[in-house]
Design a protein around this ligand. Structure first.
Ligand code: HEC
Ligand code: HEC
Length: 339
């Protein structure tokens, strides 16, 4: 009897040890511990006209906040925001297929009950750059906080100042419910910022283009993924599938490879992002050209200059051809059988 008890204790000990080592080596402890987060601080960003203007530019022309945080009329080529609903949030999973669970982009307008009216300035700044919601939750990384963490302090202050200037819209929405096990795994994604983020050197077009491409999260849509993670070595090479009211479409290869977009001139590139047309072909609405068209000419040109410097990646993606299976990104798209 005594012997059996001893054996059981040893067996349990080994089991626990295997579990501890296993978790440490695989998912890590973060899913059980909750996300890394810094405590909120008491600060208010001074509302200045300069900040409001800079914030408006980033929100309405570059970072696509309103593409996700507002409902759209998808029947029109430029998918306009429903009148009077700017920034009032939307259920992303009702629009975009294949999301793990019920993902809601919240109401960012200053409405006190259903919007951001009662969230502090620092709570907003922390959510935008560090991925922690006002309620302390790890945000689903469809919200591009991993890119936004590079936004300088002054830019994030400007974004918050601009959001506070939006007309409040009452729009009660359900809570995000991320499916198991993704709900736990994403707790590893948020990273607190403990240092100030200084202004970026935007003096030459390539540097400015790099900054804008990051702030617009072009990479998130234009890099193929497997199980929510970008395929290594295939940055900006397209083939990420987006299904919704605009139909089935995959993103384009933006690298300078012959299979990418070497056919653009600077002028054509600016025209495509301004009009949403490549020659006579309309771009599907999920490519946020109707936001990017609000960028200054010099900024669109800077993006073009930066894309030219990307490492070329061979990957045929052609939305004008009938879909065939692509062994690289495991999606169906034009040119897929040539990869
Ligand atoms: C690609 C879509 C997308 C874009 C672009 C986007 N967001 Fe989000 N955002 C989301 C989603 C989805 C959530 C909710 C995630 C969750 O509930 O886990 C979210 C959450 C947030 C939150 C957290 C609110 C809270 O609960 O505390 C804030 C603040 C926010 N976004 C602001 C912004 C701002 C500002 C921008 C532009 C600079 C922006 N978002 C761009 C999709 C997006
Ligand atoms: C929300 C996802 C999404 C984001 C963000 C996004 N794109 Fe796209 N983009 C797409 C999709 C999907 C297509 C293909 C649309 C089609 O063929 O109808 C596309 C197509 C394009 C094209 C046309 C390529 C061709 O076929 O000639 C260009 C150029 C482009 N994107 C540039 C950009 C740049 C630059 C950014 C960032 C500033 C960006 N995209 C951000 C989804 C996105």
């Amino acid at each position: 009897m005594k012997n059996l008890k001893k054996k059981l204790i040893i067996a349990t000990g080994i089991f626990v040890l295997i579990l501890v080592v296993g978790i440490s080596l695989t998912a890590g402890w973060r899913p059980f511990l909750g996300p890394r987060a810094r405590p909120l601080i008491n600060r208010n960003f001074l509302r200045t006209p300069q900040r409001e203007a800079r914030g408006r530019y980033l929100v309405e022309a570059v970072s696509g906040c309103m593409d996700c945080h507002s409902p759209h009329d998808w029947t029109r080529h430029d998918a306009p925001i429903l009148p009077g609903r700017e920034g009032s949030g939307q259920e992303m999973s009702a629009m975009l297929q294949d999301l793990p669970g019920h993902i809601v982009a919240p109401n960012l307008t200053p409405d006190p009950e259903t919007g951001a009216g009662r969230w502090s300035d620092d709570a907003l700044a922390r959510a935008i750059r560090e991925g922690i919601g006002h309620d302390g939750r790890a945000l689903f990384p469809l919200m591009p906080y991993q890119h936004f963490r590079q936004l300088p302090d002054e830019d994030v202050a400007s974004i918050v100042v601009y959001l506070r200037s939006l007309p409040p819209v009452r729009n009660p929405l359900p809570q995000t419910e991320i499916a198991f096990p993704v709900k736990y795994l994403i707790r590893d994604v948020p990273q607190p910022l403990t240092q100030p983020v200084a202004e970026t050197d935007l003096s030459d077009p390539v540097k400015r283009g790099k900054f804008l491409v990051n702030a617009a999260a072009c990479e998130d849509c234009h890099t193929p993924q497997s199980q929510g993670r970008p395929l290594p070595g295939r940055d900006f090479s397209g083939g990420f599938a987006l299904d919704g009211p605009w139909g089935h479409v995959v993103s384009a290869n933006l690298t300078p490879d012959p299979s990418g977009i070497p056919y653009y001139s600077e002028e054509q590139f600016v025209k495509t992002l301004r009009t949403g047309y490549i020659g006579a072909r309309p771009l599907r609405q999920i490519m946020p050209w109707s936001t990017f068209r609000n960028m200054k000419d010099e900024d669109l040109k800077a993006i073009y200059a930066y894309l030219k410097t990307l490492p070329p990646v061979r990957h045929r993606v052609d939305n004008t051809e009938p879909p065939t299976y692509c062994p690289v990104d495991k999606n169906w798209h034009g040119g897929g059988n040539l990869n």
